[in-house]
Ligand binder design. Structure first.
Ligand code: RIB
Ligand code: CA
Length: 308
């Protein structure tokens, strides 16, 4: 089993990724850390606690950064994609549990030092928490087992601008710090996640399976599907961005990668763009360029609530 710290900005695909991760025997999610991004950090924390309660899992949650390293959060966050509450406007209860008091950044540092070479970090929101951890304790770079990041669009267009993917666009400076840190990174960007779309009929099956948690997820993902259909008519599904990062942490053979340096543009019209660097540039990271989408989708669906 891989010990995992899961860094999230819980919106809808984060919620699906949490369900997939906690239902995967290969992963031992020792803690979740939250960040602003799709919603404000207190909403991301509430959503993470609520999703874990829905799933009947009691895993510690630690609240993290409430804004980018050197910028203000995006106006309105990404509520047009994930809903006012960040969960497709289906959240109808306050979680009974609370986040732990330790700051997420300190939790990451403490756990990586306590469990040298054992902790995998899966990061599926803006990279602010991870950047702050590396800046505060650079020695953790050599102690992390591996890092799987959902973010970037290295050889394909962006999703929040023609050039930039949302997680990187939200905090480009944090991404720059993380990509230049020497951490053992696998970057799961739009290069592969836009090939892993979830068809609406699979979500309807969750609703029809008769479980309360299946209905919760079906209703939540319905909002996300509506956004994708509206923004890209005929696209045929919604992006399984964050779940694919979990899939790659479970089974790296799902993707093919290029080992290259990645830079981040931090100003101007291409602000937030992730660019491939030349052969000599270091450090390099594993950039996902191909994915076995059917095999991933089947693996994901089997482990979702009311999975078939
Ligand atoms: O671009 C997609 C990413 O941005 C996903 O992580 C989604 O949850 C949002 O955070
Ligand atoms: Ca996310």
């Amino acid at each position: 089993m891989k010990k995992v710290i899961f860094d999230v900005d819980t919106g809808i695909d984060d919620a699906m990724a949490i369900a997939y991760a906690v239902n995967s025997p290969e992963l031992d999610i020792i803690g979740l850390t939250t960040c602003y991004g799709n919603v404000a950090v207190d909403e991301a924390t509430r959503n993470t606690l609520a999703v874990l309660e829905k799933l009947g899992r009691n895993i510690p949650v630690f609240a993290g950064a409430d804004k980018p390293l050197n910028r203000n959060p995006r106006e309105g966050f990404a509520k047009h994609v994930h809903g006012e509450d960040g969960l497709g406007n289906v959240l109808d209860f306050e979680p009974q549990t609370s986040a732990k008091s330790e700051y997420a950044v300190d939790y990451i540092i403490e756990q990586v030092k306590k469990l040298p070479h054992e902790v995998t970090i899966i990061a599926v929101g803006p990279l602010t928490n991870l950047a702050l951890a590396v800046q505060k304790a650079p020695e953790i770079v050599e102690l992390v087992s591996d890092v799987v990041i959902m973010g970037g669009a290295v050889f394909v267009p962006g999703n929040v601008t023609p050039h930039a993917e949302a997680n990187i666009f939200t905090d480009p400076e944090a991404a720059e710090v993380v990509f230049a840190s020497g951490l053992p990174i696998t970057l799961v960007g739009l290069d592969v996640t836009m090939q892993t779309l979830l068809p609406r009929q699979n979500v309807d099956a969750w609703r029809n399976a008769g479980s309360e948690v299946g209905e919760f997820f079906a209703n939540m993902v319905g909002f996300y599907h509506d956004f994708y259909e509206c923004a890209n008519p005929g696209i045929g599904g919604c992006g399984l961005h964050d779940p694919l990062a979990v899939g790659v942490a479970i089974d790296p053979s799902l993707v093919k990668t290029k080992y290259i340096g990645v830079g981040v543009i931090t100003e101007g019209e291409e602000d937030g763009r992730t660019v491939p660097l030349s052969e000599e540039e270091e450090p390099k990271i594993n950039v996902c360029t191909e994915v076995d989408a059917p095999r991933f989708l089947e693996h994901f669906l089997k482990r979702m609530p009311a999975g078939q």
